[in-house]
Design a protein around this ligand. Structure first.
Ligand SMILES: Nc1nc2c(c(=O)[nH]1)N[C@H]1C(S)=C(S)[C@@H](COP(=O)(O)O)O[C@H]1N2
Ligand SMILES: [Mo]
Length: 417
């Protein structure tokens, strides 16, 4: 568990024999309680009574078709109407469990029959083709680990925010699918083709114009995620994956690709949805810049004097993370953090830094440097580069945490928009 302040339900509780017996009865009842779905109800009662049972004396639940989390582990996404956020502070390593992958959709999650699914590729191609899902799966497939991040992935404004609240619109999966280059060759893409339209089949009919060069480089039509078919929220049965590019370009439930020699000026590329950068509208924004976030210690953790392992993740849409630096004195000095191997291209990379806290109030922060030499900026640097009126997308500035004298940890809200 990442968070030292998290409940330790059994701590300080006196266990009488009467409690133990009552607990066992309740446990048996809880284990037998089945929902219509067949899942054991994992309510507070079951959790408490599980703690009271002697596991060597009680026969536990038998094998089942689907696994469950321990009732003591309850990581959850925080959903709104249009998105949900990954609980970064509750996770380990770098792969996001699929049921905790963030979601962002503009028209809900469509239900698509995989047997009726079709992907049309047409336009500047020699052989316009409709691919079924089975067709897509017949091509050589690749599995690669990439992060995905929404360009609107930031939040601030108060001290009581968790990493999930601030930047939970990023997750990481192993994606499996067919390379777009393979499909483009299959349909005979015109040598002068430079853009393609990617269109989703949800109620929003999401469309984006994408340079063919990116598609040829590492674009993928993914049909699987973390070893199983895509989740409906992630684009079942197939989505576009453009490694390192903003989430929005990774069109889900993809049904059509039209190839052209110019961009299509979709809704996302006209004024309402494009980024305002200073006085200019940045019509196309693609790459996600390097970023890092500490995931421990963060609000609502409470820390104690002595050794603290500062942990977090860093990523860059431009390449690999070259290094992460941590400051424990409010940005005056920076020390290199250790990176967890393997450090993958365009992927969340875990970092850690062992810190001996002297018990005095301070601020801690991290900054990522990628292998192009790009360094994660402060908010001031970002504003300087983009102008004060920089808009709300691609805000990747350094996030700073206040460590109070009493060990409580709070976001420093003015450090991030
Ligand atoms: N068809 C379709 N594709 C879509 C969207 C959508 O609403 N419809 N949302 C986009 C946005 S803004 C983001 S950030 C990512 C989110 O992907 P996820 O829900 O798998 O995390 O999907 C993108 N692809
Ligand atoms: Mo997004």
């Amino acid at each position: 568990m990442n968070d030292v302040s998290k409940n330790q339900p059994n701590k300080g509780r006196k266990l009488s024999r009467r409690h133990l017996l009552g607990g066992m009865a309740a446990t048996a009842a809880a284990v037998l309680l089945k929902q219509s779905s067949g899942q054991v109800i994992q309510a507070g009662l079951a959790k408490d009574s599980l703690l009271l049972q002697d596991p060597t004396k009680v026969l536990g639940p038998l094998p089942s078709q689907l696994g469950d989390r321990s009732p003591f582990e309850q990581p959850v996404r925080k959903p709104s109407d249009t998105s949900s956020r990954t609980p970064l502070q509750d996770l380990y390593g770098t792969i996001t469990p699929s049921d905790l992958h963030f979601e962002r959709h503009h028209g809900g999650i469509p239900a698509i029959d995989p047997h009726k699914y079709e992907l049309l590729i047409h336009g500047m191609v020699e052989r316009p083709t409709v691919f079924t899902l089975a067709d897509l799966k017949r091509f050589p497939s690749f599995s690669r680990i990439f992060f995905l991040e929404c360009s609107g992935n930031f939040r601030s404004g108060k001290e009581q925010l968790t990493p999930q609240d601030i930047c939970g619109l990023t997750s990481q999966s192993e994606w499996t699918g067919v390379m777009l280059a393979t499909l483009f060759r299959e349909v005979g893409i015109h040598p002068k083709a430079s853009w393609f339209l990617a269109e989703g089949s949800d109620a929003a009919v999401m469309t984006r114009s994408i340079p063919v060069s990116k598609g040829m480089e590492d674009g993928m039509i993914a049909f699987a995620q973390n070893g199983e078919a895509l989740r409906p929220a992630q684009g079942y049965p197939a989505r576009l994956v453009l490694p390192g590019w903003e989430g929005n370009t990774n069109v889900k439930w993809i049904r059509r690709i039209e190839v052209s020699d110019q961009p299509f000026m979709t809704r996302e590329e006209t004024s309402k949805y494009t980024e305002q950068v200073g006085d200019k509208v940045r019509q196309f924004s693609f790459v996600m810049d390097a970023r890092s976030v500490i995931t421990f210690p963060t609000f609502p953790a409470v820390v104690h004097k002595g050794w603290i392992e500062i942990r977090g993740i860093a990523w860059s849409g431009r390449g690999k993370i070259a290094r992460v630096e941590v400051s424990t004195d409010a940005g005056k000095s920076w020390q290199p953090a250790q990176l967890q191997e393997p450090v993958l291209d365009k992927a969340h990379t875990a970092f850690r830094y062992l810190w001996q806290w002297d018990g005095k109030a301070t601020e801690i922060m991290s900054r990522a440097v990628d292998d192009t030499g790009y360094t994660q900026p402060t908010l001031e640097q970002l504003k300087e580069a983009r102008g004060a009126n920089m808009g709300g997308y691609h805000v990747n500035s350094i996030i700073s945490w206040q460590i109070k004298g009493d060990g409580s940890v709070l976001l420093r809200p003015e450090n991030i928009r």
